[in-house]
Design a protein around this ligand. Structure first.
Ligand code: ADP
Length: 244
């Protein structure tokens, strides 16, 4: 944030961004439902150069038992970046950032998952970031929703996620790593499109009230694009040729 690389052209005179995209264009998104045979549900996402694998286990007994809730099930999320997922080796121990992102993703998924149907149990979501390139929390959240659906966990809606941001004084969809570093604002959004409810909204940077509203709208529109790809991933696995 905060214009660290002043020499980079983030938006040229034709409105084209540093990676060749238009302002309202997301990176390439590919989602595959399933793939891990030892998990109850799983999904793999490529979101630009982000590559993330998610495994879901449960509903299952809670250990340690005192963490269970007699009224409802609980959701546990672990977001982890592989040491090789970024240019410089990352320490494999959980960082403050990974602990924060695990909490944020858990809280973004909770409104969607019908945990009240499974008292005393836990649903565990393991997120492995294999390659990171800005926007991993949104990509991971979108893949986690597909993995939960793949596990057959009843849900009110899937959470689709995408960031919007401010780059070169312009509101853009899906901020990449360079834009995140050198841009003016980054706003990750998680959204349940059928219920029209936002479950995640963070903001790193400064926006005017008008820019804030525009950013939310652009981000929500991005979530709707992701939602269609999530649904297609499940359709491909359960009704298409790609069943496994
Ligand atoms: P998000 O991945 O959700 O955008 P951040 O804004 O915290 O979350 O991180 C932006 C990007 O910075 C990450 O996607 C990743 O590419 C990079 N990054 C994060 N942690 C590290 C790290 N320890 N070393 C190198 N790059 C990192």
């Amino acid at each position: 944030m905060g214009g660290r690389d002043a020499t980079m052209v983030l938006l040229d005179e034709n409105g084209i961004r540093c990676d060749g995209r238009k302002v309202d264009e997301p990176r390439r998104i590919m989602i595959k439902a399933g793939g891990l045979k030892n998990a109850d549900g799983s999904a793999y996402i490529e979101f630009g150069d982000n590559k993330i694998l998610v495994g879901v286990f449960g509903p299952r007994d809670v250990h340690p038992k005192h963490m269970s809730n007699t009224d409802t099930g609980i959701l546990r999320v672990r977001y982890h970046m592989e040491p090789f997922s970024v240019g410089e080796r990352k320490n494999p121990a959980p960082s403050r950032r990974e602990i924060e992102i695990s909490k944020v993703i858990k809280e973004a998924l909770e409104p969607a998952v019908m945990l009240e149907k499974f008292p005393r149990t836990a649903v565990d979501v393991f997120i492995e970031v294999l390659q990171a390139d800005g926007g991993t929390r949104c990509a991971a959240l979108s893949a986690a929703s597909v993995a939960l659906a793949d596990a057959g966990i009843p849900m009110r809606d899937m959470v689709a996620a995408c960031a919007a941001g401010k780059v070169a004084d312009t509101i853009v969809l899906d901020v990449n790593n360079e834009e995140d570093q050198a841009g003016q604002a980054d706003m990750p959004i998680g959204y349940m499109p059928s219920l029209e409810k936002i479950t995640l909204l963070q903001l790193d940077g400064v926006l005017t009230p008008e820019e804030y509203k525009k950013c939310v709208q652009v981000g929500v529109d991005g979530c709707k694009i992701v939602y269609d790809i999530q649904k297609k991933a499940l359709q491909d696995k359960y009704f298409g040729n790609g069943a496994d």
